[in-house]
Design a protein around this ligand. Structure first.
Ligand SMILES: [Zn+2]
Ligand SMILES: [Zn+2]
Length: 289
């Protein structure tokens, strides 16, 4: 069974230069039906609060352009698994802020990386991360928002590159609305050989046995320049990397991820890069295509 035609939602990670609604316009202008964006500079700790007019404009534009779902990616500096209490506290504050912004903007999902742990065990990192998430969402009414933990490439001391780590995190956060965002480039770098049909089937089996397929809510569809198990995060253009067109098509059209939006986070020097990558992916789900 495979997906086809209109039921596959494809989007990009759009840039927010200028004002936030620009990201929505950029994605819609490229024919996307869903979008991911940062709500702020992803490399800084501090963000100025959103203004009411800004929030209204964003919500109106999203409605007008029919983008669904809208996904916010949390800043890169967050490290909820940090061994240093100061870094962890700062990360919790920043996550609380980010949840607030996502709710104000009416986003559906907030994607975050589990973090990295230095000088202590993965188990301690997982516990610290889960505790941090629980604290960050403690007071927020997150009902309309779902947090998504993204699998990592396993670079350096990152946690979350094995599905078992993610399953443990889900278990520890308990009842909170938390799911998984699956990044194909990260999974491959982490050692899941989804370049082959057998490897993809094996990855699905491991997903089912750990986090469960139903917890996977969003996919990041990226090719990679890294070899399987290379443990480095290096996204690449669709069909031009080590995953390749055949493997990415298999993932996109798999019944396992039916209903999930697919976001491209491929390199962009100019908008032509996005056009080219989107065209390749769309051809795989085009009616009669
Ligand atoms: Zn990410
Ligand atoms: Zn990603």
């Amino acid at each position: 069974m495979s997906a086809s035609g209109d039921d596959v939602r494809i989007g990009i990670h759009a840039s927010i230069s200028g004002e936030l609604p620009n990201a929505l316009r950029e994605a819609a202008g490229l024919g996307c039906r869903t979008v991911q964006l940062f709500s702020r500079n992803p490399r800084g700790w501090e963000a100025r609060a959103l203004e009411v007019a800004e929030i209204r404009a964003f919500r109106r534009e999203r409605e007008r352009l029919g983008l669904d779902p809208v996904i916010i990616h949390a800043p890169y500096l967050l490290n909820l698994a940090a061994a240093t209490p100061q870094v962890r506290e700062r990360s919790i504050r920043a996550l609380r802020q980010e949840i607030k912004r996502a709710l104000q903007l009416g986003a559906d999902y907030l994607v975050l990386h589990p973090g990295s742990t230095l000088g202590r065990s993965i188990e301690d990192g997982i516990r610290a991360c889960a505790r941090a998430i629980r604290r960050a969402v403690w007071d927020a009414a997150v009902d309309s928002l779902c947090l998504l933990l993204e699998n990592t490439a396993g670079q350096g001391h990152q946690i979350g590159w094995r599905f078992e780590h993610l399953a443990a995190l889900l278990e520890e956060v308990g009842e909170l609305p938390v799911g998984i965002c699956l990044d194909t480039a990260h999974a491959f770098a982490a050692g899941y050989d989804l370049a082959t049909e057998a490897g993809f089937a094996e990855m699905l089996a491991q997903l089912r046995a750990t986090v469960g397929l139903e917890r996977v809510r969003v996919l990041h569809l990226n090719d990679t320049r890294v070899a399987c198990g290379g443990r480095v995060d290096r996204h690449w253009h669709i069909g031009e990397g080590n995953l390749g067109a055949e493997a990415l098509r298999r993932i996109l059209t798999s019944a396992a991820f039916r209903g999930c939006p697919f976001i491209l986070e491929t390199p962009r020097k100019t908008v032509e890069d996005d056009r080219r990558n989107l065209a390749r992916v769309r051809a795989w789900v085009a009616p009669n295509g």
